[in-house]
Design a protein around this ligand. Structure first.
Ligand code: NAD
Length: 329
């Protein structure tokens, strides 16, 4: 089966929903953006139009920016002809007209008008299981039977939310987890629940894979359902350890961040990252993951690293570790 999305809907015009709608519209999908709160809807539309203005401004200056970066880095002054060539190679692919067309693809509403024609719905309402279940129970009555239904939940069980749907609709339900902000972070975790149909999951991956956000090709990654899915499962304990370092005064807060940047190659430190995500979101996600994992989880004695070391697979230095570096050994 191939999923053809003529019109999608996004539920919730908050931090995530507005920009998920924006990414869909950037990729030529007509989107109905629904919120129950008119003020939130207005804010969401303002976010989208502000982002698009920023995208147009970025494109307008990308030629000149590349020229000045090149000149600054190399000390070479380009001729007018060379500059003109660079500007034409890097000419804006987004201008005000195109941004206007993208914005016109997003239709804000507080009603269910047009939901009888949607092929895909992505729900981005607050992280509350009872609310999400209520939303899907109501939604299923408004959309065609072929519509694929997805939740952007960060931590809740996909199978548990699916249980709110009639049994015959659960095969078309799954998790589609964008990261904040979806306009510049390319990852989308695609998470089947216990009853999601494999062909629907594959369709959703194929639907997302050719898309781009403001900067990058969208990267859908198939992830098994489980506490925290993939990124948050790894991120939450790492952030918890950074918070413990902060509390114990292991180093100054700014040095905790600098150390993880300079010593672990992180593009930004864990404390600044937590601030970016929102500490309320971090707290809630961490607690939800720990609760699903059954309380405080001791370090599990995993065997894989022992096995790799025994096999002489020490990582890049031996040519193979988790990945193959194609040399040495
Ligand atoms: P938010 O609070 O910014 O926005 C939620 C919006 O949903 C609000 O505007 C609210 O009015 C609206 N809403 C409430 N009930 C609704 C309904 N019945 N129908 C339509 N809209 C309704 O929340 P957010 O941060 O955008 O998070 C949304 C979802 O995305 C959550 O499940 C969250 O876990 C997940 N998520 C959040 C982030 C993040 O960094 N904020 C990242 C990834 C995933």
């Amino acid at each position: 089966m191939v999923l053809f999305v003529e019109r999608a809907a996004v539920l919730g015009a908050g931090v995530m929903g507005a920009r998920i709608a924006e990414v869909l519209a950037l990729n030529n999908v007509n989107v109905t953006l629904r919120d129950v709160d008119q003020a939130a809807l207005d804010r969401g539309m303002k976010t989208i139009s502000g982002d698009l203005d920023g995208l147009v401004a970025f494109h307008a200056k990308k030629g000149d920016q590349a020229i000045s970066e090149f000149e600054g880095r190399t000390g070479v002054s380009l001729t007018d002809e060379q500059k003109a060539k660079a500007r034409s190679t890097l000419k804006p692919t987004y201008d005000a007209e195109r941004a206007k067309r993208v914005l016109a693809k997003v239709k804000p509403t507080t009603t269910f008008d047009g939901f009888d024609k949607v092929d895909l719905v992505i729900e981005a309402a607050p992280e509350n299981p009872e609310l999400k279940k209520r939303i899907f129970k109501e939604l299923v009555e408004k959309v065609p039977e072929h519509a694929v239904l997805a939740t952007n939940t960060s931590t809740l069980s996909i199978s548990d939310i699916a249980a709110a749907l009639p049994a015959n609709r659960r095969g078309r339900f799954l998790g589609v987890h964008f990261f904040n902000p979806p306009t510049t972070l390319p990852l989308v975790e695609v998470i089947p629940g216990i009853e999601s149909r494999a062909d629907i999951v594959e369709d959703v991956v194929n639907f997302l894979a050719p898309m781009r956000n403001h900067r990058y090709p969208i990267l859908p990654v198939l992830v098994k359902e489980g506490p925290g899915f993939l990124v948050n499962r790894i991120l939450a304990p790492m952030l918890a350890e950074a918070f413990a370092c902060y509390e114990e005064g292991v180093a100054k807060p700014k040095d905790i961040d600098l150390a993880m940047q300079a010593g672990a190659g992180m593009p930004m430190g864990p404390l600044a990252l937590a601030d970016l995500i929102g500490l309320d979101v971090v707290l809630h996600a961490g607690e939800s993951i720990r609760q699903q994992q059954g309380g405080v989880v001791p370090q599990r004695p995993t065997q894989i690293v022992k096995q790799l070391v025994a096999a002489g697979r020490l990582g890049q230095k031996s040519g193979r570790g988790f990945f193959d570096y194609g040399k040495k050994e």
